[in-house]
Design a protein. Structure first.
Length: 177
């Protein structure tokens, strides 16, 4: 697996922010449960993440895609979502609406959560105090990691190296942390 420029960003560009990621959740058949938002709030309360943007995309039955406001979703779901008011920051543009909306079935909607990973931010700040400088960070899609591990396993099976040396035996060779 090779890291490419799209996976890396300069630490100087981040201005002290932790890694920022996004998740997109499609609500099947318009079913929204309070627990879906409660688990996100738990992560915020635990200090693991900071929600930078929470927006909703709807694909109407006629195929039209649009952003939906929180009150519309709250009404559809009959949930009190007032705690999330004001979280939409406008980070998403029309191209994001089209990209997410194109994956939705007509009549469905999705939530897009853009969040900062605060748990690793403490690590980067602490090591910076010891003179280490973060020069890059990135995100590797889980599928890419699994493919690379599968390829490594296949290559190892062709060699004489025992399986215990391939992963996690403490030798450091092939160890995934």
């Amino acid at each position: 697996m090779a890291l490419d420029d799209s996976m890396l960003s300069s630490a100087e560009e981040q201005d002290g922010l932790g890694p920022i990621d996004y998740l997109v959740f499609e609500f099947e058949a318009g079913q929204v449960h309070a627990e879906d938002f409660a688990v996100l709030l738990e992560a915020v309360d635990a200090g693991a993440v900071r929600v930078l943007d929470l927006e909703f995309i709807v694909k109407d039955h006629d195929g039209r895609m649009r952003k939906a406001e929180l009150p519309e979703l709250a009404e559809r779901a009959r949930l009190d979502l007032t705690i999330w008011e004001g979280v939409a920051s406008g980070l998403l543009d029309e191209s994001d609406v089209v990209e997410v909306g194109s994956t939705l079935a007509p009549g469905r909607f999705a939530a897009i959560v853009i969040y900062e990973n605060l748990s690793i931010l403490a690590v980067t700040r602490r090591v910076a105090a010891h003179g280490l400088r973060l020069i890059a960070d990135g995100r590797i899609p889980p599928e890419a990691v699994l493919e690379a591990l599968d390829a490594a396993d296949a290559a190892d099976q062709l060699s004489d190296r025992p399986a215990s040396a391939r992963r996690g035996d403490g030798s450091g060779e092939g160890t995934v942390i």
